[in-house]
Design a protein around this ligand. Sequence first.
Ligand code: APR
Ligand code: PHB
Length: 394
Amino acid sequence: MKTQVAIIGAGPSGLLLGQLLHNAGIQTLILERQAANYVKGRIRAGVLEQGMVDLLREAGVSRRMDVEGLVHDGFELVLNGQLSHIDLKALTGGQSVMVYGQTEVTRDLMTARADAGGVTLYEARNVQPHDMKTDRPWLTFEYQGERVRLGCDYIAGCDGFHGVARQSIPAQSLKVFERVYPFGWLGILADTPPVHPELVYAKHPRGFALCSMRSPTRSRYYLQVPVQEPLDEWSDERFWDELKSRLPGELAQRLVTGPSIEKSIAPLRSFVVEPMQYGRLFLLGDAAHIVPPTGAKGLNLAASDVSTLYRILLKVYREGRVDLLEKYSAICLRRVWKAERFSWWMTSMLHEFPEADGFSQRIAESELAYFIHSEAGRKTIAENYVGLPYEAIE
Ligand code: APR
Ligand code: PHB
């Protein structure tokens, strides 16, 4: 078997890269460990930066997003029970974000790939890249009981944090940067109207809370919980009571509760691997970096990696610009580290750290107070939240 670009992983990174390359006439094959229905069912992020929205439009997969997605021109930060509005549009000269679930993005990309006749092999087992440092890399995997060899020009490792791509690079060729937080987010999805028209990020002595949404009739809420918290100790009732206790009174009163349709706990982590490439193997999205979700950056960073590799490969195939290949990692990492910093910073300011002394707590409160009450501070938050620009590939 042969293809031009072999893609490991059919999450948003792999599917979006596959769609863009396919539209450009570059052959791709996607290898995914899970079944298609499992991939479709995952509930993940929900806020798209303008850069990602534009990339989805460029890929021709924005029809449903443009109808059903919710354009948000701002969000709320809560300190000491007071709401402070971050007017994204006014503070950034007209930019906004799109609230549209990653689950929906993934569905749209899967449909588009099927319609375009692109091949995704689901339930491909034991994928293993080989000879990445040569100009004839190849992969082996098992599919429907057969052992398969796939030759290719390039390999895109889009297989998430636990994938095989990063692990197949010799450890001495990689440097890992990591921070693990002593808490996670307990998330709930419910068919109830969102408590507020915009997202609400609340700092509270009992722990951080976030009110988000997927549509005018579907809400997504999160609570900071200790990292080892057992999920089965959180009945829906306990979740709603705890959420109300962390929200300003007017919001708590207005909150419409209902049965959860999904409930899960996600640990919070910052992680970056350098470099994001090894010969002809490139790492994209969660395979290369993880951010805590407080800045809504995880999915958006995956999109900017995809944009970078796509634009480089276009120039490689069309103009013979192989010199660009070695620049991939450095271009991505400049943007990745800025988003890592923003995500770490928002997480540090908004959460309660179990080991923090009184001084550290006051500093975090005072930092948030300064940023929300200063025009320059709000601008800094807004500029990062809507997403920093993508670097041009020249
Ligand atoms: N072989 C084949 N596929 C694999 C393997 C493997 N060894 N390991 C993992 N995969 C698949 C996973 O099953 C998954 O479908 O790779 C895919 C990776 O998808 P994601 O984890 O969603 O990662 P990515 O596409 O980079 O998406 C960006 O940013 O903030 C996050 O939650 C957000 O998941 C999103 C991510
Ligand atoms: C979500 O809706 O899932 C969401 C929104 C904003 C975040 C994180 C998650 O910062």
